[in-house]
Design a protein around this ligand. Structure first.
Ligand SMILES: Cc1ncc(COP(=O)(O)O)c(C=O)c1O
Length: 397
């Protein structure tokens, strides 16, 4: 394995990585580009970015591939150490190595959380709009989705605490939380997390916190705080899910982990995995170690670039008649309100409208919010500018 305390790479400025470089993804199968194969549609939908993974990750993978043997492999000490140190460094969160449960994906991770939350027929509370698999997860194991709406107040997405209270009942067992939030891009502050934790305690709910976007906080003045890091009591009722996949753009390497401080909860969780959830792919784990240990400079440069893209989206969408959006505090996703445009132009399906204009966006319907679209700005600026140009043009006639 790698030396334990290697010098980190020396690159540190955003210019050291070329995010402007356009990589032709049509030459490889991919969900994002494959959807529109053979059509002139720029895909700004599914949440992966059109950038190559960090050189340190690719190097680590190449070294591992060169070895040539891909036998069964469990998480190894230097991998665990890279993650433990990464959580300490980035989120001031001290965890024990034992708390980690390796998973082949975050979606599997929150489906498992639903599976151990009470019994069939019990409730899972979440706030919409939200990443679509949140909405289907409860039913996958016979649980009942209990939803409330986030509200847009003074240009910022907020919790409606009364609506959250109304969403729970005596059968509620789990709070399924997306933090930072996809699609509204909020980084929840300490007061909001405390309120959520108190709410969970009051109703004796488990918390499953999907924190997959935690490495993508764009605002320098904000920081992601894992809800489980609030205090020990919160940690005891919480399953935190994280992965390198969004931050370092390696989602199809399928490596994620749960952090479960409470031993009994961890046992229940592992019990639900038994025989169903495979070990994590060794290449995913190799990439994860490299990303957490050495991926800092690339991530800093990426955030810089994404901040620039975010401002382009804000300016362009802000000038489009009938569309409105808010500045995402994290993620590379913009959440766009199309309802006024729909009314003005008698457009029933805004996703189809922009697709016909050559831009593929995610339909808010699947997030529980018809009339909204999600735009993925994790792409080279030339691609983004062209997509925004096409959108503006479609609205100009
Ligand atoms: C909030 C959230 N959770 C989970 C995922 C996907 O996780 P995985 O691919 O590890 O299952 C995504 C991908 O977009 C996401 O946005």
């Amino acid at each position: 394995m790698q030396a334990r305390f290697r010098e980190p790479p020396t690159m540190s400025v955003s210019d050291s990585f070329d995010f402007d470089h356009i990589i032709d993804r049509s030459v490889q199968p991919s969900e994002k580009w494959g959807r529109y194969a053979g059509r002139d549609v720029l895909p700004l939908w599914v949440a992966d970015m059109d950038f190559a993974a960090p050189p340190v990750v690719i190097d680590a993978l190449q070294r591992r591939i060169a070895h040539g043997v891909f036998g069964y492999t469990e998480a190894w000490p230097s991998l665990v150490e890279a993650v433990v140190e990464g959580l300490q460094r980035e989120h001031a969160w001290t965890i024990e190595p034992d708390w980690l449960v390796w998973l082949p994906g975050v979606v599997s991770g929150f489906n498992l959380a639903c599976a151990i939350a009470g019994e069939v027929g019990d409730g899972v509370v979440t706030a919409t709009p939200v990443y679509p698999p949140f909405l289907s997860a409860p039913a996958n194991t016979g649980r009942v989705l209990q939803r409330c709406e986030l509200v847009l107040r003074a240009g910022r997405w907020q919790w409606d605490w009364e609506a959250l209270e109304r969403a729970v009942d005596a059968r509620s067992r789990l709070l399924l939380l997306c933090s930072p939030h996809n699609p509204v891009g909020r980084v929840f502050d300490a007061d909001e997390l405390r309120e959520l934790a108190d709410f969970a305690a009051r109703h004796d709910l488990l918390i499953c916190a999907d924190e997959i976007h935690c490495g993508l906080v764009l605002d320098a003045e904000r920081a992601h705080r894992p809800i489980a890091a609030l205090d020990e009591a919160v940690a005891r009722r919480t399953i935190t899910l994280m992965a390198p996949s969004k931050t370092w753009n390696i989602p199809a390497l399928y490596c994620a982990f749960a952090v479960i401080p409470d031993a009994a909860l961890r046992r229940r969780y592992r019990g639900a995995m038994r025989g169903l959830i495979p070990q994590v792919n060794v290449l995913g784990m190799v990439a994860t170690e490299a990303a957490y240990r050495d991926g800092g400079p690339w991530r800093a440069a990426l955030l810089d670039y994404l901040r620039g893209n975010r401002e382009r989206v804000m300016a362009a969408v802000g000038a489009m008649p009938g569309l409105a959006t808010t500045r995402p505090e994290a993620t590379y996703l913009s959440w766009i309100d199309c309802r006024e445009m729909m009314a003005q132009r008698q457009v029933e399906d805004p996703a189809a409208f922009f697709e016909a204009a050559g831009v593929g966006l995610s339909d808010g319907r699947f997030f529980g919010a018809p009339g909204w679209l999600r735009l993925n700005f994790g792409c080279p600026r030339a691609t983004l500018d062209e997509a925004l140009r096409r959108m503006a043009q479609a609205l100009a006639h």
